[in-house]
Ligand binder design. Structure first.
Ligand code: PLP
Length: 457
């Protein structure tokens, strides 16, 4: 592959040295695929296969990947759904199913429904990674060179720091997430302008609903944010890669909050905007240990002239990202790809959504009660960040050191929270994961926080 199509798009301009260099060589997969179609006897696959009867008691006559008899106790499914390798970007049917799911989710907000035809045409076929974490690592590696900046809010999932700074050796340009009760767009704008003074691209992660705050923009805030990003792209004509970390998508508990991912607003917004959607089965389908993350890229129609070029571009993008996946984790868990394929199939999806609704409702009740209870704490010493969904909320502490407070809460009051103390980024507070607190215990939980706070008076 010569990558002639991708070279003429902002996505290539934005690539890191790794992103520019990496690709998936033809290698064994090319020959194995061809052998599947063309060979009568194939010796191309690096996995042990045999007739089931030869290695399994009462096995059949099928030619299958060899497996251990005792693993069958765990799976009431055809063994070929469990033990073979999945292909590098994932099982084609499951990838199509996830793309359909991404398209279906775009229709949730009546105010901003996207054209189904455009989404089908201009979204890449989803690639799977082992969890969203690896999707983030993949994208950061594909776009960030050592010492280049990625823009992130000061209140963010801590693992971004490990991925970006420790693992890749790039830098974080942090912006202040909130000004009063709203997203601090001035701070975000300044961060983008600062990066543009020294770099030819902007890489930004938007994680909504946010970990650790549970922030989701209102419709009005979302419009302002989108306009800012659009203006930035139009004025500077430099690639603006926006990674939408949608790990908690679907858990929106406030009627004013946006219901769909910002990815859909960014799709086709400006030819320099490269929206990448990172979602996955982890929280969305409540399969934390399943380790399937999904990576879907929005292509802008101005990047190509013909349908043929569009197909070529999709192939080149897939090859580049597959090259990275192959060289880091090879491929993702096949069993969970099979399971998601079934859960999202047309026969099952309504049931799947119905079952998930029960969990959404359960979390929503906890969200309402926890906010109500916390609001009864009348103290200037704490403030709660705007939160409208997800699994968490964040309590800021004014003068009590967050780690000391968490320690006190644990030792004396026997309740657990996650303190976050980053004085250089103006953060001192703690995260409460109501996703894991029994609703009946919430009043007691907050009452103990109150008692602990009274010790500091
Ligand atoms: C914001 C955010 N992104 C990504 C992830 C990781 O998801 P996964 O377990 O699929 O790697 C998490 C998990 O806690 C998260 O909070």
């Amino acid at each position: 592959m010569e990558f002639e199509t991708i070279k003429n798009t902002p996505i290539y301009k934005a690539f890191s040295e790794v992103g520019k260099k990496i690709f998936l060589p033809r290698s064994i997969f090319y020959w194995a695929e061809r052998a599947k179609k063309e060979a009568e006897i194939s010796g191309t696959i690096g996995a042990a296969f045999g007739f089931e009867k030869d290695f399994i008691e009462a096995g059949g006559y099928r030619w299958v990947p060899c497996y251990l008899q005792n693993i069958k106790h765990f799976f009431n499914t055809d063994i070929t759904n469990v033990v073979p390798y999945a292909s590098i970007p994932g099982l084609t049917d499951s990838r199509k199913r996830w793309k359909d799911w991404v398209i279906k989710k775009s229709q949730l907000d009546d105010n901003k429904k996207k054209s189904l035809k455009d989404l089908e045409k201009y979204l890449t076929l989803t690639l799977f990674t082992p969890g969203i974490t690896h999707g983030i690592f993949t994208c950061c590696s594909m776009f960030l060179n050592q010492s280049e900046y990625i823009i992130l809010p000061n209140k963010r999932w801590g693992n971004y720091d490990n991925i970006v700074e420790k693992n890749i050796g790039a830098k974080i340009k942090s912006f202040n997430y909130f000004s009063r009760d709203s997203i601090d767009l001035k701070s975000l704008e300044k961060a983008m302008q600062d990066v543009l003074k020294i770099e030819e691209k902007i890489i930004l992660i938007l994680n909504i609903p946010n970990n650790p705050t549970g922030y989701i923009p209102t419709r009005k805030e979302a419009i302002d944010l989108i306009n800012l990003l659009k203006n930035m792209a139009e004025q500077n004509k430099k690639p603006l890669v926006i990674l939408c970390d949608d790990a908690y998508e679907g858990y929106t508990f406030d009627k004013d909050a946006i219901k769909t991912s910002l990815f859909y607003d960014l799709f086709q917004l400006d030819e320099n905007i490269i929206p990448i959607k990172l979602d996955g089965i982890t929280k969305e389908l409540l399969m934390y240990g399943g380790r399937i993350g999904a990576l879907t890229i929005g292509i802008h129609k101005n990047w190509i002239k013909t349908d043929l070029e569009l197909e070529q571009l999709k192939n080149e993008i897939e090859n580049k990202f597959s090259g990275f996946i192959r060289s880091t984790v090879s491929n993702s868990n096949i069993l969970y790809q099979t399971i998601l394929n079934s859960l999202l199939s047309s026969q099952e999806i309504e049931k799947t959504l119905q079952y998930r609704k029960k969990v959404e409702k359960m979390l929503e009740k906890r969200y309402i009660l926890l906010n109500q209870e916390l609001n009864t704490i009348k103290s200037d010493g704490i403030s709660i960040d705007p939160n409208r969904g997800g699994f968490f909320l964040f309590v800021n502490l004014k003068s009590i050191k967050a780690t000391d407070f968490a320690d006190l809460l644990l030792k004396k009051y026997k309740i657990g929270v996650i303190p976050i103390e980053k004085t250089h980024e103006g953060i001192n507070g703690f995260r409460i994961a109501y996703s894991s607190i029994d609703i009946r215990k919430i009043p007691e939980f907050v009452s103990r926080i109150k008692k602990a706070m009274s010790e500091y008076k």
